[in-house]
Design a protein around this ligand. Sequence first.
Ligand SMILES: Nc1ncnc2c1ncn2[C@@H]1O[C@H](COP(=O)(O)OP(=O)(O)OP(=O)(O)O)[C@@H](O)[C@H]1O
Length: 348
Amino acid sequence: MSTTSRQPAIRFENVWKTFTHKGRQSHALQDVSLDVAPGDIFGIVGYSGAGKSTLLRTVNALERPTKGRVFVGETEISALHGPKLYAQRQRIGMVFQQFNLLRSRTVYKNIAYPMKLAGYSQEQILDRAEELLDFVGLSDKALSYPSQLSGGQKQRVGIARALATQPEILISDEATSALDPQTTTEVLDLLERVNQEYGVTILMVTHEMDAVRAIANRIAVMENGRVVEHGSAYQVFSSPSTPIAARFVSSLLQHVPDVKTLEAIRKVHRGRLVQLHVENRETNDPFLSRTARKHDVDFNIVYGGVSELEGRLFGSLTVELLGSEAQVDAAVAELGRVAQVNEVTGHA
Ligand SMILES: Nc1ncnc2c1ncn2[C@@H]1O[C@H](COP(=O)(O)OP(=O)(O)OP(=O)(O)O)[C@@H](O)[C@H]1O
């Protein structure tokens, strides 16, 4: 059978996971179907308990679906056991929030460990470990112990170890959640290099929207064991279609003022207020000043912001327009051609 579409790197097919605890059942995963394409950095976001970790752990069969199937490439990993499963697991590296390093072994030996289990020769282990230490910037720490490293350095070792057996896929469970913002950025940059330089597909679970925003090209949002929304990062950020995705996005992009903020704005700005929802704009188009100049109105940006993803702008600006009624009407009509315009009604 010939197929035109590329085979997914990971496929979840109607995956259910039910836990039974003290006679009570809870559905950690409910009918999850999702494809992760080769080369993706795929972010799964959701609040605590949404099922993210459970889903991630089905990829290397640390968790097995109650119903449904999980494929890594062409292999149905959820059906494998014993040596066949161990062999497949070499294709999948895993990075953990708490690093999970062996405390009694040096950095070098932590990285060597999975290769030893996989039967690499001493020479292969040495070569690969040296390469990876260099890649993660820790060549000078080969003989240190994990207790002598910072959190960011420990996670670099975790990533090097996950890459040891040259996996095609890296699964990352809250890899940056225990790190400060600066270190988070460094680790995310490293994950991005893993994707670009080694061509590794990354599936990352996080409750931090800024982590996925930084590097993911696709996003799935989970709630109560279900994937409620998924799409390109741009799609989900610029026009989330479910309330929970909108909440995640707005936690990061405070583009629209809440009622209290709006009241405060109204007290100061008594001109006509409009909200401009900008989507898919070229990054260098000065549409606001161009329109204002053309219709001889002044404007104040009183709230909001625009963000850039994949070279395109999106966001919301709350703008006060000042001028005669006719001029402002004409400016609003023109702005309506490039952005969705909502009048801000109500008075201070
Ligand atoms: N081994 C288990 N036994 C019983 N219930 C479990 C088990 N593992 C997970 N659960 C339950 O499954 C649901 C999903 O948990 P999961 O850890 O996948 O969520 P999560 O989105 O990763 O949240 P968190 O970020 O808090 O880990 C939760 O209700 C959790 O209590």
